[in-house]
Design a protein around this ligand. Structure first.
Ligand SMILES: [Fe+2]
Length: 263
């Protein structure tokens, strides 16, 4: 196929961004006097990553996604957003009250009652807001992703009541490692970094009058809270677990959404 100059169209956004990416990379090669051998190792490593299924999206998530979040959602008010991650599944079970995330009989893990509210930035309660929740099992595995966990396990959607309140039962999620053995893990190890994310619960909170929020909630005292492999933890999203002996563990978080007319 012959391509003539008249058949090409310039995407100025691609041109502007790629020119900067290329300038940065060329600057790095000059700064570090990259050798032919190192260049070939990098080429092979990227080829390997491309042949390893989800390694390239995983790598982008680990190194870049938090900053994409920051530049897209800065200064718009409401609860801070946080990366969605690769394990979201739409259309999880719509739960009936009292809300309990679907789980196996005797689901391993510390029982947890999570309660909270959904409000607008003006302070008004958002009744009927949809709270979509997903999290890992006590073994650090997600349903619909890891074959050992039944489909839909620890995933569910619920709505807030007339006062904007919700609460649900689940388990305390543990820290877990991102996939080992691929190009991303190989690079992290060469950088002297571990592969672990602190325990967290993922949320998507939405209401027709507001901008939808995707975020994660973390827990004080988690040994990996200051060294998340994805670097996603934000202080405003870290909450305490309140333990009443062996009997009960509770936590709460109040989500704040930005009204559409404030965007
Ligand atoms: Fe996660």
């Amino acid at each position: 196929m012959t391509v003539t100059a008249s058949e090409t169209t310039t995407d100025t956004r691609v041109q502007a961004i790629f020119t900067d990416v290329l300038d940065s990379l060329l600057g790095i090669i000059r700064k570090h006097q990259v050798t032919w051998e190192e260049y070939r190792v990098a080429t092979e490593w990227l080829t390997q990553a491309g042949n390893q299924g989800y390694e390239i999206p995983l790598m982008l998530d680990v190194f870049l996604s938090t900053t994409v979040d920051d530049v897209n959602f800065a200064a718009q008010g409401g609860t801070e957003c946080n990366v969605e991650g690769p394990f979201y599944v739409p259309d999880a079970q719509l739960l009936e009250r009292p809300y309990v995330l679907p789980q196996r009989e005797a689901e391993p893990g510390e029982h947890l009652v999570f309660s909270g509210t959904v409000r607008s930035t003006d302070g008004s309660a958002l009744a009927g807001a949809l709270v979509d929740v997903w999290q890992a099992s006590a073994a650090g595995e997600y349903s619909n992703i890891h074959p050992t966990v039944p489909e839909g396990n620890l995933r569910g959607r619920m709505t807030t009541d007339a006062s904007g309140r919700f609460d649900f039962e689940t388990i305390v999620p543990p820290p877990y490692a991102i996939p080992d053995g691929g190009a991303t893990a190989q690079l992290l190890k060469a950088l002297g970094r571990h592969l672990i994310r602190p325990g967290h619960i993922h949320f998507k909170v939405s209401h027709p009058a507001c901008r939808a929020l995707t975020t994660q909630i973390y827990f004080e005292g988690d040994p990996f809270i200051d060294s998340d492999v994805v670097g996603a933890v934000k202080d405003s999203l870290v909450i305490g677990l309140v333990r009443n002996g062996e009997a009960e563990t509770r936590c709460s978080y109040d989500f704040v959404l930005t009204p559409n007319d404030k965007l």
